[in-house]
Design a protein around this ligand. Sequence first.
Ligand code: HEM
Length: 505
Amino acid sequence: MVLSLPLVGGLVVVAAIFYYITRKENKPKLEGKIPPGPWGLPFIGNILQMDWKFPFMSFVKWAEEYGDIYSARMGSQTVYVISDLKMVKEMFSQEPAFAGRLNPAEGVNDLYTNGQMHGVINTEGRHWEDLRRFTLRQLRDFGFGKSTMEGLIMDELGEILDWMKSKEGLPVRDVKQRMAVAVVNSVWTLVTGKRYKQEDPAILKLTKDFTETMDELSKGAGPGIMLPLLRYVGFKGLTLWRNHLENLKALFSSIVQEHKETYTEGSPRDFVDSFLGEINSCKDEESPFYKDVGNRQLIGVIKDLFEAGSESSSTTLSWIFLYLSTFPEVQKKLQEEIDTVVGNSRHCSLTDRPNLPYTESFISEALRYSSGAPVGAPHRTLTDVTYKGYAFPKHTGIMANQYGIHFSPKIWGDPKNFRPERFLSPDGKTFKKHEALIPFSTGRRQCAGETMARDTLFLYTANICQKFEIKFDPNDPKANPGLKSKPGFILSPQQYTVIFKDRLN
Ligand code: HEM
């Protein structure tokens, strides 16, 4: 049958009316109103109305139109987008019903796990609670937030400084890739007891594949990734993702196998050993550590730590290099502070932090301005819940509009200016935390690696600026692409070219 344009048009109108009526009829029995929001089409919701290059910009634009809480539909999934800081904090901290996880790419991710979600990032309920508690405790005991963690970060940073010295005066384009290997190594040592050489081709390939996969996923599918249908159609990003997951799975399985073969009860060497000990002693069938479930969860957690540990910190570091090159006067101030407080005869350490308020303020401004995860990682409701007069049916997606909050003129006054001073006390001597800066989210699911990430950002920024001046390559007209991010769900800088100049020799 050949479909004419008027017929197709008519079908769309009928479907829209049907959708409108059934949407009204399906209004939950739950008390409370449904937040306002943009009109959507049946099956695909608001996906076609979204900015496909920068999907988060649609969420920001709708917030201006519909207010601090509105609803939208991504395919068949309803999401409420929250732009009010107080509400985000209350919902994510106080109400357990909001602590579920909406995984927009569930259809893609489950290729890895036979239809079930694993690890800390993607699980919910008892499994998530037990795994999160275990992970936080184990990583803390092995050094999270303690001086041993500083040692691990500094070991990697030492190699980065040598690498920068070896590249002195030469154009460098792969800052992010190099940082990714260094930051993942610190996590890797804690988790598996091993580290890669930073120039090891295998680890360089894994981190590069991950970045490329993320780029292709967002480029290839845009918000369409929310449509389950897409996984049957296939596109380049999906193929890359499949390959990447297969490679990771093979790597992590061999690491776990090696640990099993050399495991000694009661003497855990690292995170993997501790997890195996938990599996060995678990008798509770409901537990995430029980037998085969435990083995799969272990791989899931390793994957979470590998990906979360490398990607977000290295992306933020790559923004930091871009800001330092774009705002040389900021870089100069930072270096003057370090020269005065630390000098150049020793490394900057975490104990210098309270005495380096401008450096701390610069990092906070970099986190605000880059807003790498513009709508955080979406949550979903675990039960029906009414909150502030609004009805949240079970499994409603919830996104915190972090970008909107980080760029709110009401909160920041001049959000579009890059101005570290906004985090300083009026006399400029003390760093002041700002409650509206939430790059790590807030509440029960707040980033599990925040302490490590903050330590990494501080030690890398302070020590690199102490030793090197960073500027765009003056011989390359394309060295400075500006501050606009690459298209995608996660905001990362476009490729730029910098040169390093040793300040101390
Ligand atoms: C600059 C660096 C980082 C940023 C901006 C960042 C940001 C975030 C955000 C926004 C979330 C979602 C929180 C929510 O659902 O409300 C998250 C979750 C998470 N992050 Fe990070 N992260 C960073 C580094 C790290 C590192 C270094 C690790 C581990 C070594 C890590 C591990 C995790 C884990 C396991 C979760 C899941 C928490 C849960 O669902 O309970 N992150 N992160």
